[in-house]
Design a protein. Structure first.
Length: 259
């Protein structure tokens, strides 16, 4: 009898890893984002059922993020080393993170990614033309002068405004335009290579997300389904005299007049 009472009061068994401070997380949890769907799809495609059972564990997601980031940027870095061209630049990192953390978000769509970085490059180079800094050294070497500060502010403002006008939000493009306006990459051939790196990383995102079974768009972001309209409760009286009532038939008695 005592054992039964002790068993009834025993706390439920904790999930794997809960005592270490981490455990199963929901795909809606901000830590996992949509990465849980990507990991689950890849594990199912690779036929790894023992990993599939723990795909939503924080350590599994952390290892996947590490490996995926290493591979995605590592391939671009190898290409940059072989060709001696700037296929790798700082704002490519957050773009890669968006591709695999929230792949179905509008900011991660191929259209918004490519348009955003193109706008950032154009705005950054235009700010250099306006301030006469196209042939000046980078701010990391010569410091930030007043014209350089104007170029940086102008480039970021133009990038933000033009992305809104183009309906192509992509936050990492704000870093791209500062790379250009600060003179870190300012030569037109280097800027073309920069955009080529964006295109190559986007193709890689399409392949990996589609392989994982994610409904990743090939170009424009998916349109969100319309929100369902609330239905009136049964027996509720409509506030409008013309809604919810049938037309008056000739055989119906006339409405009673108020006393």
């Amino acid at each position: 009898m005592t054992e039964r009472r002790m068993g009834a009061n025993r706390a439920p068994e904790e999930p794997w890893g809960a005592r270490r401070g981490y455990g199963p997380i929901s795909p809606r949890h901000p830590l996992g984002g949509e990465m849980t769907d990507v990991v689950r799809g890849l594990f199912a495609r690779l036929r790894l059922p023992w990993l599939l059972q723990r795909y939503s564990q924080v350590p599994v997601l952390a290892v996947f993020s590490c490996v995926n980031g290493f591979v995605s940027i590592g391939l671009m870095a190898v290409l940059a080393a072989v060709t001696r061209s700037p296929f790798v630049f700082p704002s490519l990192g957050p773009t890669a993170f968006l591709f695999f953390y929230t792949p179905t978000a509008a900011s991660a769509a191929p259209r918004n990614t490519i348009f955003g970085h193109c706008i950032g490059v154009a705005a950054g180079y235009l700010s250099l033309l306006v301030t006469g800094l196209t042939h000046a050294g980078p701010a990391t070497a010569v410091g930030v002068t007043l014209p350089r500060a104007v170029a940086a502010a102008l480039s970021l403002g133009l990038t933000a405004g033009l992305m809104v006008l183009a309906r192509a939000p992509h936050p990492p493009a704000g870093a791209t335009t500062l790379i250009v306006s600060l003179g870190i990459l300012a030569r037109p051939p280097a800027l073309l290579v920069l955009l080529g790196g964006v295109v190559l990383l986007t193709i890689q995102a399409i392949v990996i997300n589609r392989l994982a079974g994610i409904d990743y768009p090939l170009w424009a972001p998916r349109r969100a389904p319309p929100e369902p309209q609330p239905q009136p409760r049964a027996g509720a009286i409509s506030s409008s005299p013309h809604r919810g009532s049938r037309p008056r038939a000739p055989s119906d008695p006339p409405p009673a007049r108020p006393a």
